[in-house]
Design a protein around this ligand. Structure first.
Ligand code: NI
Length: 201
């Protein structure tokens, strides 16, 4: 099964690369063949100061000495955010007592709608140890930029909007250094292994 899965992934990647290459060739755009964002991993992470869903202030300083997982999203997200929150809930359960050595942070990129109260209500569906964070637009942007994450407001029909956003869960070690990421495409066991390593490190 594992070999098959790897083979399938390789196929998906090759197909994707081929399609991307074709699209590039067809456009005749020779300057930007692939849209990639390369980020220096040592540059991921930095100072932030936000409000938790239960009304406290949490800053990067408060997290010194504690490994944590942080990701960016919004409560109206139809798929990636609830899936990630559900998976993090499962991981915390699987970690057992070790889960208490880890902080899991969910930072909204939609502070206009995601008030502290809405975050609190939304997070009731997930592990109570997951901390929702919001703030002013400037405070949120400071956190987003510190993690080299991105988001974009996308208008939808009827005057509504959705948010495109970085889906990676950033893992930060107790020294506040980037220790890798979780990708929601990867197997749950792989994610759990990374979390165990983070907590032990
Ligand atoms: Ni989302």
């Amino acid at each position: 099964m594992r070999k098959l899965r790897i083979a399938l992934w390789a196929l998906v990647l090759v197909t994707g690369a081929f399609a991307g290459g074709l699209a590039w060739w067809a456009r005749g755009d020779r300057t930007a063949p692939v849209r990639t964002v390369s980020v220096d991993p040592t540059a991921i992470g930095g100072p932030f100061r936000l409000k938790t869903h239960d009304g406290r202030t949490l800053s990067s300083e408060d997290l010194k000495g504690t490994p944590f997982a942080v990701f960016f999203g919004f409560t109206h997200c139809p798929d990636v955010c609830p899936t990630t929150l559900f998976e993090m809930t499962e991981h915390l359960k699987a970690l057992g007592a070790d889960a208490d050595k880890l902080r899991v942070l969910f930072v909204t990129v939609d502070p206009d709608r995601d008030t502290r109260e809405l975050l609190a209500t939304y997070l009731q569906s997930f592990d109570p140890r997951i901390i929702g964070l919001t703030g002013t637009r400037a405070e949120v942007d400071a956190a987003v930029n510190a993690y080299r994450a991105t988001y974009r407001k996308v208008p939808t029909q009827g005057g509504d909007y959705t948010m495109d956003h970085t889906a990676t869960v950033f893992l930060m070690d107790r020294a506040g250094r980037f220790a890798g990421g979780l990708d929601f495409h990867e197997p749950k066991e792989t994610q759990l292994k990374k979390l165990r390593r983070l907590v032990a490190g």
